[in-house]
Design a protein around this ligand. Structure first.
Ligand code: PLP
Length: 373
């Protein structure tokens, strides 16, 4: 069976994990965590980047930093992973879901303003498949109504919008290094911070509410409990695994783009399906290659046909507004014109760093055969 995903492993991971062990430093914020942080600060041109235990936790940190409280409203697409909403619901927020654009599956920037009330505090654009949301428009709305922008850039590491790294455009950005993402440490993530005033508080929240980071920099004699926080810093072992990949991030990105383009060129003349759109000004990272079947029935048949041919494909997301918890903690503003309909058509094809050209060609051929029948 051709797997839908295989976690990235580029060769130096074990050597670096061994080095962390030899350094006698396997808890957080050692050599490898610092290397990862610096790499992300440089490539994304962010004021500060902190490696975390997950993208979900980075989103939680952002929710704490902007002081989301009971009854606040947070605007986001319904077509996203549960974490986007979880992080804010944990702080008592109500979620206001907005419809997506069918071309990119991203939040429709023209529907955001109508969803704003006096309770709105944050807009969360999700850069689906590593393709940017229309950030100029979103920032303009956020400025007009004094709202925070937290980018769910879980899928957007190495992607750009008009020359700026995804995750570095809003007040905060959140990366994921889960094993299904382009770069991985098993479980992990990062918080990108642009406003200097939030840096110290972010460090404190990440370190159980203590000023331990200041202590290590020699800025205080003793560290103590200064805020309510949690434990959002990952172990050096995980950071060491990730560093092996960030070090050759361009190679990984280029290979993924090759695979993406191979799929695209191989399928673009097949009129039965729709392919992803990359708007002008967006540089994507080939996080995902998806196609859209005619409807749910056709997708079910196609998945079965590919499975019978030893190819694993997957779909996602069940729209959050119609999920059991989404009904309780959120509402859909306006009409669900595309969220449900498009989510039922979308199918993700195998996509990972180690995928071979022959395997891609085989998937393309089988999809063509399915439609020829
Ligand atoms: C993967 C993903 C997350 C969660 O990332 P974790 O690191 O597993 O917490 C959140 N949002 C989106 C859009 C994702 O794709």
């Amino acid at each position: 069976m051709l797997n839908f995903n295989e976690p990235p492993f580029v060769g130096k991971e074990l050597e670096y994990i061994r080095k962390a062990i030899d350094n006698k430093k396997i808890c957080g914020d050692g050599e490898f965590t610092k290397k990862c942080n610096r790499w992300m600060e440089e490539t994304s041109k962010s004021e500060k980047v902190l490696l975390t235990t997950s993208c979900t936790h980075s989103l939680e940190m952002a929710a704490i930093l902007v002081d989301v409280k009971e009854g606040d409203e947070v605007i986001m697409p319904s077509y996203t992973f549960v974490s986007t909403a979880d992080a804010f619901v944990m702080r008592g927020a109500n979620i206001v879901f907005v419809d997506i654009r069918p071309d990119t599956m991203n939040i429709d920037e023209d529907l955001i303003e109508a969803a704003i009330t006096e309770k709105t505090k944050v807009i969360v654009p999700v850069h689906y498949a590593g393709v940017a949301c229309e950030m100029d428009k979103i920032l303009e709305i956020a400025r007009k109504y004094s709202l925070y922008v937290v980018e769910d850039s879980a899928q957007g590491v190495m992607s750009e919008y008009k020359g700026r790294a995804l995750g570095s455009i809003g007040d905060f950005g959140c990366y994921s290094f889960h094993e299904t993402k382009n770069y991985s440490m098993g479980e992990g993530g990062a918080l990108l911070i642009q406003n200097k005033n939030f840096i110290e508080k972010a460090e404190i929240i990440r370190e159980k509410g203590t000023d331990r980071s200041k202590f290590f920099r020699g800025q205080v004699d003793k560290y103590t409990w200064v805020e309510t926080g949690s434990s959002y810093l990952p172990s050096e072992l995980n950071a060491a695994y990730l560093w092996a990949q960030l070090e050759i991030a361009d190679d990984i990105n280029n290979r993924r783009l090759e695979i993406w383009n191979r799929y695209y060129n191989g399928l673009k003349d097949l009129n039965d399906i729709e392919l992803p759109t990359i708007p002008d000004g967006c540089k994507h990272n080939a996080h995902m290659f998806y196609i859209k079947a005619k409807n749910l029935e056709e997708r079910v048949e196609l998945i079965k046909y590919l499975k019978d041919n030893d190819i694993q494909t997957v779909f996602h997301y069940i729209p959050l507004h119609s999920s059991p918890n989404g009904i309780k903690v959120g509402r859909f503003n306006g009409v669900d014109k595309y969220t449900t309909k498009e989510s039922e058509r979308l199918l993700r094809l195998p996509m990972y760093y180690g995928l071979k050209d022959e395997e891609v060609d085989n998937v393309i051929e089988k999809i063509k055969l399915f439609y020829r029948k």
